[in-house]
Design a protein around this ligand. Structure first.
Ligand code: PMP
Length: 404
């Protein structure tokens, strides 16, 4: 008898984790690895988080089980934070989860089953297909490369939709591309989904990390008629450098949130009360200065990254409007020789960059987009410059275009 259930055959080790493990092994062996692979900010969390957690650790009430859907005061604070001003998001519409990943998984697991298709715009965050498979559904990828600004439109979605289509995953700003849908683009997609009766999972984890002059607006607020069939996920991990605290949230209609709360009560239960207290402090505090500084410093590094990569012949690198990644196309280098090796895929190029230049990047294959690399620019200025220089030297001294 096989040890594992069938469903485990539908998921594999993520490319992201494999790259991180290889980079760590090189670092442990004494190499100075430049890490463009991380999916988080390079700062500590706002001090209000630590202070609130320290105080909470001494509250006996918080030493014990709490409500399975999260602390009422945190559900209320998240509701106030997300409500567009019309009272459409209340505490009963909010479920507090152990990281945004759990919110996304719960949403997919609760709505999707065998026979259901999920429209998945690609490039996509690496875990969505595995989650859809685990739920028994089928991901239907809709690819939009750099020529489309990494954004799908209604025509592309319409061509991919069938009567089995139950959900659309909509991530803006996106991982791995940093692409942000404009309010008009968002509205058009939301209205299409509402017309078609398709549920939308709007992953808004990067909502606060958007660069001027762009701004974020939720699909649920732009298309009120979608609200009953829209689930939004978010959290404090990315925007407030709090990935390790593991707090996220899911919002939607009170009925759906109650059902998904029952799912949470039978799986993980509520997240740590201490981490919830830290999150409450950060949300109540607003941390607008912290956020403004973070965005400003990311914006500067985004420019350094873009200038550096665009100076390398053959790379095509769009300017991302949000998050902290760039997603250059390395198509020009495929089939060419780099560091004495024939490169047939972006996966191989990422491997060569790591072993020959000690630069960790994530291959586009992890995101359903072969031919691209994902690089985070949330690292210190010296490493950023050094990393770009190493990539440039490795690629250009290999003379992929036969240039002397
Ligand atoms: N959604 C997206 C688009 C992400 O990029 C990530 C993290 N990389 C998550 C969800 C999961 O976030 P968390 O760490 O809070 O679980």
């Amino acid at each position: 008898m096989r040890a594992l259930a069938d469903r485990m055959g539908r998921i594999g080790e993520s490319v992201t984790s494999a790259t991180t493990a290889k980079a760590k092994a090189l670092r442990d062996a004494g190499h100075h690895v430049i890490n463009f692979a991380a999916g988080e900010l390079d700062a500590g969390s706002p001090p209000s988080a630590g202070a609130a957690a320290a105080a909470a650790a001494h509250h006996e009430r918080l030493h014990h089980y709490g409500p399975q859907s999260g602390l009422p005061e945190l559900r209320q604070a998240v509701a106030e934070h997300l409500d567009p001003g019309d009272g459409s998001v209340r505490a009963e519409n909010v479920l507090i989860t152990s990281g945004t990943k759990q919110a996304v998984f719960h949403a997919i697991f609760a709505l999707i089953g065998p026979g259901d298709d999920v429209l998945l715009p690609a490039p996509y965050w690496t875990s969505y297909p595995s989650m859809i498979h685990l739920a028994g559904g089928t991901p239907v990828e809709v690819f939009a490369g750099w020529e489309h600004g990494f954004k799908v439109d209604v025509d592309m979605l319409e061509r991919a939709a069938t009567d089995r289509t139950k959900m659309l995953i909509f991530t803006s700003p996106a991982n791995p591309t940093g692409a942000l849908y404009s309010p008009d683009e968002t509205r058009a997609i939301g209205e299409w989904a509402a017309r078609r009766g398709i549920a939308v999972l709007s992953d808004e984890i990067y909502d606060r990390l958007v660069f001027s002059p762009h701004h974020f607006q939720s699909i649920a607020d732009l298309v009120p008629e979608l609200r009953d069939r829209c689930l939004r996920t978010g959290g404090v991990g990315k925007s407030f450098a709090m990935t390790g605290w593991r707090i996220g949230w899911l919002t939607g209609s009170a009925t759906l949130i109650r059902s998904i709360g029952a799912l949470q009560s039978h799986t993980t239960g509520h997240p740590s009360n201490i981490a919830q207290a830290a999150t409450l402090a950060v949300i109540q505090n607003g941390e607008s200065d912290w956020l403004a500084k973070t965005r400003e410093s990311l914006d500067r590094r985004r420019q350094t990254m873009l200038d550096g990569l665009r100076a390398i012949p053959g790379l095509v690198c769009l300017e991302p409007a949000g998050a902290f990644y760039v997603f250059p196309s390395v198509e020009a280098y495929l089939g060419k020789e780099v560091a004495g090796r024939q490169v047939s895929s972006s996966l191989e190029l990422a491997e060569i960059l790591l072993t020959e230049a000690q630069v960790a990047v994530i291959a586009g294959e992890a995101f359903g987009a072969p031919g691209y690399l994902r690089l985070s620019y949330a690292l210190d200025d010296t490493d950023l410059a050094e990393g770009i220089d190493r990539i440039s030297r490795l690629l250009t001294t290999s003379r992929p275009f036969g240039v002397k």
